[in-house]
Design a protein around this ligand. Sequence first.
Ligand SMILES: *Cc1c(COP(=O)(O)O)cnc(C)c1O
Length: 488
Amino acid sequence: MTFSQAQWEEPLLVEIDSPAVFGFDRKVPHAEPLDKGRLNRKKICIPSVSERDLMRHYVNLSQMNFSVDNGPHLLGSCTMKYNPKLSETLASSSKVTRLHPLQPEETVQGSLRVMYELERLLAKISGMDEVSLQPAGGAQGEFAGMLITRAYFSSRGEKRRRVLVPDSAHGTNPASAAMAGFEVVELPSRDGMIDVDLLRSAVTDDVAALMLTNPNTLGLFEERVEEVASILHGRGALLYYDGANMNAIVGKTTPGLMGFDIVHFNLHKTFATPHGGGGPGAGPIGVKSFLARFLPVPRIVKDGDTYRFDYDRPESIGKLHSFYGNFGILLRAYIYILLNGGDGLRRNSEQAVLNANYLMRKISNAYEIPYKTLKKHEFVASASSLKSEKGITALDIAKRMMDYGVHPPTIYFPLIVPESLMIEPTENLSMQSLDMVASVFNRIAAEDEKILKESPHSTLRRRINEVKAARDMVFNWRELSDNGGVPR
Ligand SMILES: *Cc1c(COP(=O)(O)O)cnc(C)c1O
């Protein structure tokens, strides 16, 4: 149960200038700038390396990393699923990679059909009427949803300024509402869920929407969601569904049935497209038909057997993404949905819920579990008694997990649980992996404070100065030279 990460002294590509060796090993040529007059290759610093060294470089880097392909990955709220290699293979076909977004519509009918059908599948999965695939991630989907909310009320001549967000929400919810020009009002939760009485008094005539995640970030299903919807609708306000936790409910119920008006999906979470390292992702949004005219342009329409883009939507919130969204990601999600089928997607959700509850039970002697009921696809544990007894924090536990080859859970979120460890095993973990993860958690809880404080011990980078890493970022390589670091 130990893990040793490869520790290569790997130079940057710009520091390698390697000759080709015997065998089939080509020198990867410099890209020549198109306009030599304006672009100087030396200034843009394109390295020249052999094919073999390029391959080694990336393999070495990948060995100094940790991903869903290495081992258990528990990052809560992120749904770190295995990304099927079939989706990767199909998405890297030249039929896909050589598409150009400015090709005439009649030459990309297959791609338009994939997008059109994916929209229909997502509409069915969510119980919405219309879907746009454009947003590049969940947060941008939220932003689009808030712009739609704003457009809807201004079309009715109503000035509603406020958006309600529960205190368990993801930080992107209040950020998206604020960016769309709303004032955010935080709703304190009660027993981890919406306090319906408080909500009733908070929904005044200038409330535009409530943004809700269901199941919420504690893994609790908001049991009174239909009542919540009727309170909002009774005052003319909208209900927004943050779809990041959809992996708990796909095929079981829909946000549409619960009364939501707008939904975003995180394809990189629920639908197993690659995730992490900043993307690319996709965060489509779905709406009930009365909001469809506000969706971003272009919409994809089907006339008989042909598909085309429609830009003629005068009430649309406009464009959100260059061209049509991250097509490669959309295609992978489409493949994933078709591979699983409706029954498969439902079984995945059921298994994800079972796995989370199994793991929760297995570690519940060593960690406190607030809100003792059964959870959906994730649960939150707390290290607060370990902290008061031994000075061990959630951060120490997370760092130590890396020594055992387990990607740590999300920590310090949601904010309403002190020393929180938010754990989401997904349906992908086998029983053996779940048992292994549970024993890692239990073993760490019994370990010496000193071992934990100095962990991780087996990774290339040990504890970094997180403040410095965030505040003093170095994004590009500069050669130190006489004139103070001009790129080579
Ligand atoms: C991930 C997440 C988001 C944001 O989605 P991105 O795709 O990362 O932009 C919003 N809400 C919740 C609950 C999430 O887990």
